[in-house]
Design a protein around this ligand. Structure first.
Ligand SMILES: O=C(O)CCC(=O)c1ccccc1C(=O)O
Ligand SMILES: [Mg+2]
Length: 322
């Protein structure tokens, strides 16, 4: 069966640029796709690439969509190459949407029992702004490290943990930006603080063996992120002996069907994480959370406070465009 393909570009500026070890990011751009079957049933999908994390670029995704000339079959979706993981996610989730009906287009879907981790601003700003983020109601915060000088970052960290409420857990995300010495210093400090839930991707993905070793030497767990940015890498890390936490950015990881198989076959300890996708992809990811996440780890989906626009307004404008 052929599905009609319609797609639109979107662009959403952040209130303040996201600063990570990889650089400065100002605007989330992506593609919303709409599939319609021959009976008129509709499925929505989202392609939200993150090229600096290893996915295809927006223009590669756009060219793929254009190349379809308005039509796609299930077989064609299954054949989307591994070089286009965000397209694999967008199209397969849209097909599933058609099967499930219109549920996915609702603005918010109440999902029971999912905890959120909220992303704090990078650097010194965190000290003025954590209070606002606390009002969002999360149990967990995440703060970027590996951006500035380590001494300065550790000083900010110590101030932060002095003021945070006891119940809040903190994740430290280095985006692969530490060297081995710095990673050890951070892990030591994390162990002493007793507040750090995990340190995310301290070293570059090229230093996998060192991360495996570090994960055995400290109490604070490590989580892989850049090392497992797609499902092929995720499988490789598992084969190489990783049994710790893995961050899954589902929107750029590849086919959700393959993700389900991996997580279930290997009983992975996963944390779903946002790539600043809209609620089209996020609602789908919340569904995956309910299906695949055991236990009460917070999901890294608390990022709506990063956008300038109101998501409801943004989406209703977008609908007018289709
Ligand atoms: O995972 C989270 O808690 C929030 C999302 C996040 O940190 C992130 C968002 C976009 C790109 C990269 C990252 C990251 O985890 O490094
Ligand atoms: Mg990360």
């Amino acid at each position: 069966m052929n599905y009609f393909v319609d797609f639109r570009l979107y662009s959403r500026p952040f209130i303040q640029p996201l600063q990570t070890y990889h650089g400065v990011w100002k605007t989330r751009e992506g593609i919303i796709i709409r599939l319609t079957d021959t009976t008129g049933k509709i499925g929505w999908g989202e392609i939200a690439p993150l090229p600096w994390f290893g996915s295809e670029s927006l223009s590669e995704a756009w060219l793929f969509c254009q190349g379809l000339k308005g039509l796609i079959t299930v077989e064609q979706v299954k054949l989307i190459p591994d070089s286009l993981p965000s397209c694999q996610f967008g199209f397969e989730s849209a097909l599933e949407g058609i099967k499930l009906g219109h549920k996915q287009t609702q603005k918010t879907i109440k999902k029971g029992g999912v905890y959120y981790s909220y992303l704090l601003p990078t650097g010194e700003k965190v000290l003025q702004e954590w209070g606002k983020v606390l009002e969002k109601g999360g149990t967990t915060f995440k703060w970027k490290i590996g951006v500035k000088n380590i001494i300065e970052e550790m000083r900010i960290f110590e101030k932060l943990i002095e003021v945070l409420p006891q119940r809040i857990k903190l994740r430290l995300d280095a985006n692969g930006g530490l060297n081995l010495e710095e990673a050890k210093l951070w892990l030591k400090l994390a162990d002493e603080s007793g507040i750090v839930e995990f340190v995310e991707q301290p070293l570059s993905p090229l230093k996998f063996d060192f991360m495996l070793k570090l994960s055995q030497e400290y109490t604070t767990p490590l989580a892989l992120d850049e090392s497992v940015s797609n499902l092929i890498q995720l499988e490789q890390c598992y084969q190489q002996g990783w049994r710790g936490i893995v961050i899954i950015k589902a929107a750029i990881a590849g086919f959700p069907t393959r993700l389900r198989q991996l997580v279930q076959n290997y009983s992975l300890d996963i944390v779903f994480s946002s790539v600043f996708e809209t609620s089209i992809a996020r609602n789908y990811i919340l569904g995956l959370t309910e299906e695949l996440v055991k236990g009460d780890r917070a999901m890294g989906l608390g990022v709506d406070h990063w956008f300038k626009d109101d998501e409801a307004d943004f989406l209703s404008n977008l609908w007018k465009n289709f």
